[in-house]
Design a protein around this ligand. Sequence first.
Ligand SMILES: Cc1ncc(COP(=O)(O)O)c(C=O)c1O
Length: 394
Amino acid sequence: MTAETLDQAFVLSSYGRNSTSFVEGKGAKLYDESGKAYIDFASGIGVSSVGHGHPVLTEAICNQAKALIHTSNLQVIAPQAALAERIVTLSGYDMRCFFGNSGAEANEAAIKIARKYGETRFTQKRYKVITLEHSFHGRTITTVKATGQGSFHSPHFSPYPDGFLYVGQIDAVYDAIDEETVAVMIELVQGEGGVQPFEKAAIQQLARTLKEKGILLIVDEVQTGVYRTGTFLASNLYEIEPDVITLAKGLAGGVPIGVAMTSLKDIFEPGDHGSTFGGNFLSTRAGLAVLEVLEQEWASGALTARIAQFGGYLAALQKRHSDLFSAQVGLGMMLGLRAVSSEVQQHVLSAAFEAGVIVLKAGRNTVRFLPPLTITKEEIDEGFKRFEKAITAL
Ligand SMILES: Cc1ncc(COP(=O)(O)O)c(C=O)c1O
């Protein structure tokens, strides 16, 4: 049986999959079973931050696998401690980390931190978390409820937990705050919602107001974090000091990992939270290798140069094809083209894939680009050559 027939017979159909099966990757190239090469402008939805088969990452994973993959969180895990130190130091914030295995788990931890803060720091318990429309925070029952998109709140999965409310824009947060509000949770660039960055001044004002009121600011950097927007964290770019930040996706280059980091350094006591796999030897060693590579890419200016090249291509492309795309959106290497309709978005995605370049959808009408942060100039040139050819033929 082929991989496709096995998939259809034995895997639950929760994804709208196409039938392609990749067998190998190198840099920003992926190869399918027939040997066809694709330029990867998607990084497995922002995960393969150092591309495929990066020697520093693969060697670190192989060596760690030979030495020790997993013990438990009941003993000290040296690479976990080292990764926490790297993350905190690179962030520039005075924080401590909790490790899980995914973005949703990182956000679950963030919500638990907020709930405990709301229970212990106020005379009357606070528990409500305000999030934004078009946000995306995960697929667990709680994080899907935190997600401000009604289409995700299917009655199939109800009842959902209480305590989440949504506002349409940053300015509307102020009126939504009441005496039970404990936190505001936002992405600085909404990824799944359409690659939409928020205005810096509005975010800084929000951060100031929340600080004055003792309400936590949780920044979901699952997609924006780990150099995706051009610096280690988007929070650094926005020059704010969140109380809680969550990371996942690109942090370990494809090995599952999630982090909730917080300035509430003593919020958890033993027993408050946990994860069997979270922060094990393999994932945290992979995280250290990824940070070693990306720190260097950033410090040398190579990442900034790549962002300029990629963004330049997109801007020119949008101008040449304004019949298809009304605007270029995004920040750093988290970019998008706003298609004039959802039909055009769909056609572009299929044509690009056919032409051997992988791009993603976001929201109703955005074509999203999340290339590996280590992508080469030649790979960018080749990817855009294919992309342009695909859309010109539409
Ligand atoms: C901003 C944001 N938060 C949370 C998540 C959920 O992460 P995961 O799929 O690893 O649970 C995602 C995934 O796309 C995301 O983009």
